[in-house]
Design a binder for this molecule. Sequence first.
Ligand code: 26W
Length: 823
Amino acid sequence: ARKECKFYVNASVKDFKNSILWHMERSLARATVRATSRDWWLATAMAVRDEIMGRFISTMSRQYKANSKRVYYLSLEYLMGRLTEDTLTNSGLMDVAREALKELGLDFDSIMASEVDMGLGNGGLGRLAACFQDSLATLDYPAVGYGILYEFGLFTQSFEGGRQIESPDNWLKFGSPWDIVRPEYTVKVGIGGRVEGVMSSTGDWSVRWIPEGELLGVPWDVPVVGYGAGTVNFLRLWESRATNELDLNAFNNGGYTQAVHQKAMSETISKVLYPNDKTENGKILRLMQQYFFVTCSLQDIIRRFKSLNGENWDIFADKVAIQLNDTHPAIAVPELMRLLVDVEGLGWDKSWEICTHVFAYTNHTLLPEALEKWSVPFFEKLLPRHLQIIYEINARWLSYVESIYGRDSDKIARLSIIEEGAPKMVRMAYLSVVGSHSVNGVAELHSQLLKESVLRDFYQISPEKFNNKTNGITPRRWLKTANEGLSDLITKTLKSDSWPKNLDELKGLEKFAEDSDFQKKYMEIKRENKAHLAKIVKDLCGVDLNPDAIFDVQIKRLHEYKRQHLNLLYILTLYRRLLHNPDADISPRAFIFGAKAAPGYDLAKNIIWAINTVGNVINNDARIKGKLKVAFIPNYNVSLAMDIIPAADVSEQISTAGKEASGTGNMKLALNGAITMGTLDGANVEILEEVGKDNVFIFGMNVDEVQKLKAEGYNPWNVYNSNENLKSALDWLVSDYFMPGNPTAFEPLRKSVLDWGDQFMVCADYQSYCDAQDRLGEVYKDKARWAKMAILNTARMSKFSSDRTISEYADDIWNLEKLPPRE
Ligand code: 26W
């Protein structure tokens, strides 16, 4: 049965236990009697690390010797979560580690819980990057993920009086056993200054950037162990440091404080992850972060290329593929041009040819406010040479446009990389499209809409660039590690343990969907997971959840387009119904939320406050006999997701159609047997295709209907005035029933869906949503039917393995070969 994993690490429990004890003494200088949970976790992590280092080194030397093409994934975010448990799963050491800790008299789960999440991302985009690293290594693709080693990850969320409070996530305070520093690969980064023309020895004029300041990028590597441990790739995360030269100069001139200040400034660059997951706020430090990690990564790529291939630039694109994770690394296009033209001395045309063969761009959002633009004056100040290069790219691009359409000034203005205005802006998405050979969206619907809306003019000129790569998730973390109970049942039922690497095997569960014995086992595991989550919720929220209630889960960033407030309106409607008739025969429900709001996003914060406040009243209302509960779990992150997802019955995916590019939580939840309550948006459309219409609840307007209603002139007041339940729910929210003495507290929420035009059509979809929720409540009463639906969801999710997604990227975009270890 271990056939698929012939490279699994072999260690005996006895050796592993000794290794933990060895590290406790030699690495941590701790007597076991005094060791804390964290010490035990650290010693365990070090013991695992020892076992995989050999694989890490042999993967690197194998890839080096083969001089194989590599893909370099450039992402400003990696939302990795905890690393130890996942590494245990993938290396095959999970059982050994469990047993070893047990023999030491320790509880595995609580020891593992001592690890702080590596939360270097906001949400979907960062988590996708993490799932992709897992699949790349599992499939034996040569790959490096480049990013920033933020000292502070996404803020920690807590609630005070139901309102969100942010505090810094000092995750690296005590270091991490998974980060390996590589000072020998430190690179220099210029900033500011001016551009100069210089005469070369052959008499040619060339241009040079004379930066005003310089700092250093120091790489930290995080090993990425593939499932089966045949391949161990790595993430290379850059930390910014001040250069010593700079310090010394200022010091000699008597400017000690100035020198220290400079140093602090340089080290600020990698200090903190920006917590906005949609609206770009145009902070110059963020542009500096983008440039910093891009130049470090490109210099590293070029160093590696040259060490193997010298100056044979003709084969650069045969050895290097670079994926741009959204526009955040788009500055890579002019930076690679600068490195090739100014530093390596290649001609413009040749350099441009290389660029467009190497780069590919993934778009993750259609929301106009999330499309990055940087002001030209910023560029002038920070990256004067890059601005010149961007102008040159644009001039050549627009003359090409003109060669197609003639002097159509409207067309030219629409296609220009530079947006006219005061100030002028650089459109990073356009720069990415022009500089890449591939542009992809992240679900079928999203890719289609990209071609029809934001990138329409570009699609008309270069249709061959455009393609779709529907997102995926790694089944190792999101099923095997997160849901052990279900994983064991699957392995026993299929009589195979290779499904984590070959998720299509799950289809084999279909024939058990109506088997009452299997249903019973499947639902028992779900119930155990719910009981486990109920404990966590009790602990974190003080709310008692009944494991027999429907666990209805909405976990994702808080955003108006995701419509957590639509969910709240249904909760209010149900609550009112129960107050009118406390004996109503409804399936008891627990609504569970997890969501962080961007610190500056006032309406999102108002929605959090409203859910907490309404929830508090409901949870303490004895009249409804515990039939309704609301829990908002604070500080939603990857680790909490791993506890919540296996316990979910219902997955809320209720964005306004056309707004959610894909979603990936929808995939994780369905894989774990939660039934989707969703709109026809993003990957929900494809989930419906896979599971069939009987195994999902679809409601609301589709994209065409949304567009049509907008065009006709949508007025939420008309819905409000004609829908008694909606009117009551919205009015109730601003009465003093929920907020005695402060009835206007949730006025912003109410206004957003009435006075301010209801941009996300909450009112328009309200009735359809309530109807679907009521239907779901009825279906849940039929236990066998529900079990069948849940099982079929698990059985039919194999399309959404990130292994499938990564194989498609490798074949269609990167032209990348696997490099497996020899048997
Ligand atoms: C500039 C500020 C900013 C920061 C992050 C703008 C946009 C972003 C991301 C693109 C937001 C994001 O995470 N998008 C999500 O990407 C997921 C992975 O493809 C998709 O599943 C989600 O639908 C999409 O919202």
